[in-house]
Design a protein around this ligand. Structure first.
Ligand code: SF4
Length: 239
């Protein structure tokens, strides 16, 4: 006979870290990188918007290569517009989706000039009106160019937030909401950079480098990667 499922359910433990460990996690990341910066090269808020928009499905290194010359000759919406779609496309052909991105860059410049006097707006709602600028790009620009405490959730931040238990969520928006809720004010400005760099260089997608991770004693990830330099015999007898 099939067992009747028991009605008493165990109370589920909160998957998040809690305030104390959250503060410890940020403090450890901050100690590692006291002055974190974006790895995208830019000259001013305008070139930052363009660089971040171009970085969708491309690496920062690839974007930097493509924009080096482009930004030297066009670091204002007016100068970019003068280059035209073909001119922009010529510079960015090495990065993914370049055709569409070139079109968006030109449309973005037109809107900036027509509606914002050629200046990059400083609110998320206005920024996301620009072609090729989604919530993530807007958050990066607000944080990096205007010092606002926004956290843009990309693939690295999504992974680190879930693995560690810092801000678990099924979608980037859920993770962003959680991060905004749990991140102490003092760490909000740097959180985006610390988490992204940690995900890019330590908590990498395939085999996180847990053995050298500065927050491994706080992180809730169950399948931590052991130190590859440590031989099985060092781990003691089995059983
Ligand atoms: S311990 Fe491992 S899984 Fe946890 S944050 Fe560090 S690298 Fe990522």
């Amino acid at each position: 006979m099939a067992k009747t499922p028991t009605k008493t359910r165990r109370k589920r433990r909160s998957p998040t870290l809690g305030p104390e460990k959250t503060a410890q996690l940020y403090a450890a990341l901050a100690e590692d990188r006291p002055a974190p910066e974006t790895e995208l090269n830019y000259h001013n808020p305008f070139t930052l918007v363009v660089a971040v928009a171009l970085s969708a499905q491309a690496t920062d290194v690839g974007v930097n290569k493509a924009t080096k010359k482009l930004f030297e000759i066009a670091d204002t919406p007016e100068a970019m517009l003068a280059l035209g779609e073909e001119g922009v496309a010529d510079h960015i052909k090495t990065i993914g989706l370049w055709r569409n991105k070139a079109k968006n860059v030109i449309a973005l410049c037109e809107l900036l000039i027509e509606e914002f006097g050629g200046e990059v707006p400083q609110t998320r709602d206005e920024l996301t009106r620009l072609p090729g600028v989604g919530r993530k790009t807007a958050n990066v620009v607000l944080n990096e160019a205007f010092g606002q405490p926004t956290i843009a959730v990309d693939t690295h931040i999504f992974r680190v937030s879930n693995r560690t238990g810092l801000a678990p969520g099924k979608t980037p928006d859920e993770v962003e909401d959680q991060l905004e809720r749990v991140t102490p004010d003092e760490f909000k400005k740097g959180a985006h950079h610390w988490l992204i760099l940690h995900g890019r260089y330590v908590c990498v997608a395939r085999k996180p480098k847990c053995w050298l991770c500065t927050i491994s004693d706080i992180c809730k990830f169950k399948d931590k990667t052991p130190d590859p330099a440590r031989k099985e015999s060092d781990l003691g007898p089995k059983g």
